[in-house]
Ligand binder design. Structure first.
Ligand SMILES: Cc1ncc(COP(=O)(O)O)c(C=O)c1O
Length: 380
């Protein structure tokens, strides 16, 4: 194949995506972007909180821009240790280890949980990072229908005597629904399996003191539960965390490829996220506001005849007639100053296209309410 053939093949694939309404384009974003943001994941508005940016700025001037290497090679800063201690305490876990992204935390955690003959039982709506974690772990993976505890039990029962891990999100990123965590844990425990929960969309948003979906389900600190989360959503920063038994965290430090062979989270980000955790823990009022706004979104959009998911946290999914309609709807909203997420296959776990609204307590209430009207007025 010549280079010209290769480029022509890429061009043909881009044309096919365009025909299917699946083109993705990068849009410019100015620092003073005045858009009402219902597309990002800054649920509590902490990304720009002055205490968060001040803590990051102090560490930035102390340590410089980047970590300059992995922690095993370059050393492990106070900012990393302090953040890990804070996260472990908040999550009620024995220990926590931070990664440079939530994606890498999931890849590392799934792979580190796999032993010879392990069976992974993965929910059909799981995030790409969990799916990829299952794939690169090389373990046999059974994908079970969404939130189907009986199917999980059947998959485990069909593999007696084998190590197994049940892999799920807590609040699912596309539809915002909550996994039946307590029942999944009971089934996993009955079969001697471990439970891995990605708490990305619940941390800071649900649970006591915002400690997330695992804590809300009463599973914090259980020795057969491993929690992962991104630090980039309600905590407004960047990075990921894996929390669980000390033995597992040690195993990750010594064998986790996405920890060992990756430049560490910048210390300035670690310091900023730690300040965000303190604010999130004290953020019951922000969480109440989020819940109120989510309920309002369902009422307003539902009253306009739109099909809206019943949100268990701050993700609201609104069904679109198809991928092109979803793209046009989101673009029309943006033209009127409202940013919403646009999810189309293959980024959706089924064939449905949707708008995804991620509600933020950082958006002024009046602007949020106006945004709901804009979404209704732009509906196809
Ligand atoms: C459920 C879930 N897990 C993991 C990630 C990845 O986290 P990060 O963006 O920090 O890589 C995301 C999205 O960003 C997510 O929605």
């Amino acid at each position: 194949m010549t280079v010209a053939d290769w480029l022509a093949a890429l061009e043909r694939r881009a044309e096919l995506r365009a025909k299917a309404g699946l083109t993705r384009t990068l849009r410019p974003r100015a620092a003073d972007d005045a858009v009402v943001d219902l597309a990002g994941n800054d649920y509590l508005g902490l990304a720009t909180h002055p205490e968060v940016t001040a803590a990051a700025a102090r560490a930035l001037s102390a340590y410089g821009l980047g970590a300059t290497g992995s922690r095993l090679v370059r050393g492990s800063t106070d900012a990393h240790h302090a953040l890990e201690d804070t996260l472990a305490e908040w999550l009620g876990a024995d220990r926590a280890l931070v990664f440079s992204s939530g994606y890498l935390a999931n890849l590392g955690a799934v792979r580190a949980l796999v032993q010879p003959r392990t069976l992974l039982v993965s929910d059909a709506h799981n995030h790409a990072s969990l799916i990829d974690g299952c794939r690169i772990s090389g373990a046999e993976t059974v994908v079970t229908p969404h939130a189907d505890v009986d199917a999980v039990a059947a998959a485990l029962a069909a593999a007696p005597g084998r190590p197994a891990v049940v892999v799920t999100e807590s609040v699912f990123s596309v539809d915002g629904d909550l996994a039946p965590l307590a029942r999944l844990h009971a089934v996993a425990r009955a079969h001697g399996a471990l439970l891995l929960v990605d708490d990305a969309h619940a941390l800071g948003v649900t649970g006591p003191g915002g400690a997330g979906g695992v804590a809300a389900a009463g599973l914090a600190g259980q020795p057969d539960v491993v929690v992962t989360a991104t630090l980039s959503k309600a905590l407004g920063g960047s990075g990921g965390v894996v929390a669980g038994p000390a033995e597992f965290v040690r195993h990750l430090v010594e064998t986790g490829r996405t920890f060992i062979f990756d430049t560490a989270l910048p210390p300035a980000v670690a310091a900023g996220v730690r300040a965000a955790v303190a604010l999130a823990r004290a953020g019951d009022e922000l969480r109440a506001e989020l819940a109120d706004r989510a309920a309002l979104a369902v009422r307003r959009l539902g009253a306009a005849g739109l099909t809206v998911s019943a949100p268990d946290a701050a993700v609201v999914s609104v069904t679109a007639p198809g991928p092109e309609a979803a793209t046009t709807w989101a673009a029309d909203c943006r033209d009127r100053g409202v940013a919403v997420g646009c999810f189309r296959p293959p980024s959706t776990p089924d064939s449905r296209s949707r708008l995804r609204l991620t509600i933020s307590a950082g958006v002024p209430r009046a602007e949020f309410e106006r945004a709901l009207e804009v979404i209704v007025e732009c509906a196809p």
